[in-house]
Write a protein that binds this ligand. Structure first.
Ligand code: SAM
Ligand code: SF4
Length: 324
């Protein structure tokens, strides 16, 4: 459907849990995390019902995220159910990769279309420091498993955060040696994002051009994603930049988010949207849910104001509670 600014909303990110097996510094505190009670988390049946309704409003693309989506049991069953919904063209996953190698066969059988694997460094000690867990070997096993899976779209997502400056070139080199896209995602001032150092697209690109020569422009992603893609001489794959702060892309934003607790969130920065779990728990009919969803989507904010003054309606959740 179109929102009040004429943007066609076709992409739903669904967070299936707030739990995670890592503690990335820009996302979660080391200790003192209060987990949402299980009773407050959407069941798979509820997620399937809401995605079916979202599809009837024009959503075509679903991405499962978290927390870490693979820590929730039975995710492949959810993928299979979502894939069978009319109108849903792709179901993909954003994951830290730690549990991926063991679960990928079932996910592929269920019809998973793509994996975005978050990886900020290839250095084991640095990985352990940035994520507070020594899990690089398993994350890399996950990456290898995805690259061996025919037909799966694979992207590596890296957030440059000051602590991984020397790893940006080695990470981009993955796209030289393998047919995948490595994307650099600008650190956003959400949750703990303010506590690290943002590196802008220009800063990262400068480093990459020094290493690989001039960047060559590439077509952008299918379904109008915000990534600005380039490649370099001799590369098999691509390098992308998602730069919400330095190159705002709100005018073409086509996404909304469903949090693990059933809040349909219409902009990353604001607490705007509607609590669908309350409606579900009150026994709402599909028509009432649809009306609430359509109304929230219609009122999707025009843009974020990252870098500006804090506002009362700003998001107070950490990123593991939103899904990135
Ligand atoms: N656990 C999964 C993972 O890490 O891929 C999925 C959830 S995680 C919240 C989704 C994405 O959000 C990750 O790629 C992570 O790097 C990114 N992220 C978390 N906090 C961020 C921040 N403050 N700014 C930019 N990206 C952030
Ligand atoms: Fe977990 Fe993903 Fe957040 Fe890292 S970014 S702590 S892997 S939810």
């Amino acid at each position: 459907m179109l929102d009040q600014f004429g943007r066609s909303i076709r992409y739903l990110r669904v967070s299936v849990t707030d739990r995670c097996n890592l503690r990335c510094r820009y996302c979660m505190p080391e200790e003192g995390v209060t987990w949402v009670d299980h009773s407050a988390i959407l069941s798979y049946e509820q997620i399937i019902r809401l995605v079916r309704l979202a599809a009837s409003l024009g959503v075509e693309k679903v991405r499962l995220t978290g927390g870490e989506p693979l820590v929730r049991k039975g995710l492949a069953n959810l993928v299979q159910e979502l894939k069978s919904i009319g109108g849903i063209r792709t179901v993909s996953l954003t994951t830290n990769g730690v549990l991926l190698a063991e679960q990928l066969p079932d996910l592929l059988k269920a019809g998973l279309d793509g994996v975005n694997l978050s990886l900020d460094t290839l250095d084991r000690a640095q990985f352990a420091s940035l994520t507070r867990r020594d899990e690089l070997p398993r994350a890399l096993e996950g990456l290898e498993a995805t690259l061996a899976a025919p037909g799966l779209t694979v992207k590596v997502n890296c957030v440059p955060s000051g602590g991984n400056d020397a790893q940006l070139v080695p990470l981009a080199a993955l796209a030289r040696d393998r047919d995948l896209t490595v994307r650099f995602i600008e650190l956003m001032p959400i949750g703990l994002g303010d506590t690290l150092t943002r590196r802008t697209e220009e800063e990262v690109l400068r480093q990459l051009e020094e290493a690989f020569g001039p960047a060559l422009p590439c077509p952008s992603d299918a379904l109008g994603g915000p990534s600005r893609n380039v490649t370099f001489q001799g590369f098999q794959g691509k390098v992308g930049f998602i730069s919400a702060v330095s190159h705002q892309f709100c005018q073409s934003c086509n996404r909304v988010r469903l949090t693990a607790t059933g809040f349909l969130k219409t902009c990353l920065q604001y607490d705007h949207g509607v609590d669908l779990k309350v409606l579900l728990d009150a026994g709402a009919e599909d028509a009432a849910l649809l009306e609430a969803m359509a109304d929230a989507i219609n009122h999707k904010p025009a843009s974020h104001h990252f870098g500006g003054q804090r506002e009362a309606a700003d998001e107070g959740r950490n990123m593991n509670q939103i899904g990135g």
